[in-house]
Design a protein around this ligand. Structure first.
Ligand SMILES: Nc1ncnc2c1ncn2[C@@H]1O[C@H](COP(=O)(O)OP(=O)(O)OP(=O)(O)O)[C@@H](O)[C@H]1O
Length: 680
């Protein structure tokens, strides 16, 4: 067996060769001239394609081009008799032979899944350790000989590599239970219940990248949509897919999606207010879908007279009964309100044409078109099947008690109806004080009028916080596609959130999705996760407690005296990695002031040019989904008390306690919440 140094040198030279080959691939793209594209449009399309290809072939010297190697067992049957280096993208030499294979290619699968009991045709699996882009170590597992590592130092080093900015990819170290989810086929919807730091977000993003690679053709039209809770979270995860070579996935929030529907019709509309929790819960309740359905379809009016269309010297009549039958038929067709309305003029004209034929005329299509466009037909359509603007409808419904009562009869109690009515005079859609929950109602109404197009696949993160109406909004964007739903019931902090995944999946329109549970935690050190897990019986009794995969002892300090904050922060900022000071929202300004010497950035506000991006002061309500190498948590009792009820407060605390990768210091003046005490 060659000495480790010799192995490393040979692998380093393969890395150098691969980098040179990638540079050549890039040069070939640079040499292509978009002018060859013919007309202007083709040239522009070609230029766009070449630019995307150039970006995909970019080589960041800090990012290893490959991270593993597979040696297939040539003595076994039906296995490729080759060695493959597994990396972020495919790289081939001048002869077209692969120097690096894409991690998503079928041949790479055993890198993630092979085990001692199932070597998947592998003789050996090798992992490389890197430091600042340079290969520094490797780990071998001789799987054919039954030798597999129980513990990977390279995985641990990767998790503990200090964080410097946004979230990074995990392609080099995806774990088998994660890989099963990542590589589930495009036709499979999955739901992942996962404890904090089990890699849900990472898995969702890698699944998006996998699908875009493995089903490129099917997804070329539909595309992939990633839905996350808020703008800070989207900024945090925003670099992962581009780093994996996928630039086209759309990333947004649930309310952001619905707001587009509103502003597409009323550009000046904006979210300008918040509901109180009870009203938000009600507006997010699935019964609202039925209220809106009735309100939209309630616009169809029974005719009181027939249709009369003068043409030349004749007057053509369609009887009330015929119009009634036509309306009933259109209602029952199962098409959207707007689609049925669009059909109505031609259908009425057709009835006129039948009259003409009965009287011996032989009108053609042009006559039918002319009748359909005639003034009496238009007037009849507007009277019987008026156009509905979804935003105006929601405004009317929430300001006109009678209209609401008609639509909500038997669905909402009188008190509930009263809660929906907005104070003050009615406003136009552009200036109304829309709340997030209102915007979701507009989106539901819009879909009743006109079908929302479906994406090929939708990944929805932190899904436990979505109301049934928000889940419906996300779900209607995946009616012909599949979904990946990620969340943790123990981290639900909205009063309208999910209490049961099966129910949530039904609202999403994918009731048959498989629910998987992840419990191996990568982020949070053992001591810290054990402290946080004391809250689990109080916040989500049915869930399995998470287990940390890390062997290194974490650092956990509980300390009385918030006045020590500046000293504590001075100590942690001297260490490598990112620092998050998490505080109750109401105390963020005070904390920023106390830490002025470090110019921290306050998350959610304008960071300003002079702030230190490595140190962030995080309002407790924005901590979800984020992580820091070091966390200082200020006054847990106040953070719990700031929520409307104790269970929600404890869930918020559970989120905040589980953001640290290396160290957690809890500073408090008030007593710690009793639920954190060690079980007797
Ligand atoms: N297989 C892995 N290899 C290396 N790092 C990993 C792996 N899986 C997860 N991680 C890391 O663990 C951390 C937590 O991952 P992630 O944020 O995806 O977890 P999560 O389940 O979404 O957490 P939360 O519910 O707390 O938001 C991240 O830093 C991620 O990169």
């Amino acid at each position: 067996m060659p000495a480790p140094d010799a192995v490393l040198r040979a692998e380093q030279s393969h890395l150098t060769r691969s980098r040179a080959a990638l540079a050549r691939m890039r040069q070939r793209v640079d040499a292509l001239d978009p002018a060859a594209g013919g007309d202007r449009i083709s040239r522009e399309v070609l230029a766009g394609t070449l630019e995307a290809r150039r970006q995909a072939l970019a080589d960041d010297p800090q990012v290893p081009l490959f991270f593993g190697r597979l040696d297939y067992d040539v003595t076994a049957e039906q296995t490729p008799d080759e060695t493959f280096h597994v990396g972020r993208r495919h790289v081939s030499d001048e002869g077209g032979d692969p120097l690096v294979v894409d991690w998503r290619a079928p041949v790479s699968l055993p890198f993630y899944r092979a085990s001692r009991t199932e070597p998947m045709g592998l003789r050996r699996r090798r992992r490389y350790g890197f430091s600042a882009g340079a290969m520094t170590s490797f780990e071998d597992e001789r799987l054919a000989e039954g030798d597999a590592l129980e513990h990977s130092a390279i995985l641990e080093a990767e998790i503990e590599r200090p964080r410097t900015g946004p979230m990074r990819d995990i392609v080099a170290t995806i774990q088998p239970e994660q890989d099963v989810i990542v590589r589930a086929g495009l036709d499979r919807s999955v739901c992942v219940q996962g404890a904090p730091g089990t890699g849900k977000t990472a898995v969702g993003l890698h699944r998006a990248a996998f699908l875009l690679y493995a089903f490129r053709r099917q997804l070329a039209r539909g595309g992939v949509l990633v839905v996350g809770p808020n703008a800070s979270f989207l900024r945090y995860i925003g670099d992962v897919l581009p780093a994996l070579g996928e630039l086209d996935a759309r990333q947004t929030t649930p309310v952001g999606l619905c707001l587009e529907t509103l502003t597409g019709r009323h550009p000046k509309a904006a979210v300008r207010a918040d509901d109180d929790p009870a009203a938000a819960v009600l507006k997010g309740d699935a019964r609202m879908a039925e209220v809106l359905r009735r309100a939209v379809w309630g616009h169809v009016t029974a005719p009181t007279e027939g249709l009369v269309v003068p043409r030349g010297s004749s007057r053509w009549r369609v009887s009330v009964l015929e119009v009634e039958d036509l309306l009933a038929e259109l209602r029952e067709r199962g098409v959207r309100y707007g689609a049925a309305r669009a059909m109505l003029p031609q259908r009425l004209a057709h009835l006129v044409l039948l009259q003409m034929e009965r009287r011996g005329e032989s009108p053609d299509d042009r006559v039918q078109d002319a009748v359909a466009r005639s003034r009496p037909v238009k007037a009849c359509v507007d009277a019987l099947w008026p156009a509905v603007d979804p935003a105006r409808l929601v405004l009317r419904l929430t300001s006109d008690a009678e209209l609401l009562a008609a639509a909500a009869d038997g669905l909402l109690s009188a008190d509930e109806q009263a809660m929906l009515l907005r104070p003050g005079p009615a406003r136009a859609p552009g200036t109304a004080r829309w709340t997030p929950a209102d915007v979701v109602l507009v989106d539901e109404a819009a879909d009743l009028v006109e079908r929302e197009p479906s994406w090929g696949h939708v990944v929805v993160d932190e899904a436990q916080d979505l109301s049934p109406m928000m889940l419906r909004a996300v779900g209607r964007r995946a009616t012909t596609g599949s979904v990946t739903v990620l969340g943790d019931l123990a981290q639900a902090t909205t009063p309208w959130g999910v209490r049961d995944w099966r129910e949530a999946l039904a609202h999403l329109g994918h009731p048959d999705a498989v629910v998987d549970e992840l419990t191996r935690g990568f982020r949070v050190p053992g001591e810290v996760i054990e402290l946080a897990a004391r809250l689990l019986p109080h916040v989500a009794p049915g869930l399995a407690p998470p287990v940390s995969v890390r062997r290194t002892p974490g650092e956990l300090v509980l300390r009385r005296g918030v006045e020590a904050l500046p000293d504590v922060v001075r100590e942690v900022v001297a260490r490598p990695g990112s620092v998050g000071v998490i505080a109750p929202d109401a105390r963020v300004a005070e904390v920023v002031g106390a830490l002025a010497e470090h110019s921290p950035a306050a998350l959610g506000g304008d960071p300003g040019p002079e702030t230190d991006p490595r140190l962030q002061v995080v309002p407790a309500t924005l901590a979800k989904g984020l992580e820091f190498d070091h966390v200082v948590l200020v006054e847990p009792a106040a953070l719990v008390a700031a929520e409307p009820d104790r269970a929600t407060g404890l869930r918020r605390l559970y989120v905040c306690l589980t953001r640290a990768v290396t160290s957690l210091v809890v500073l408090h003046d008030d007593d710690l919440p009793a639920e954190l005490a060690a079980p007797a």
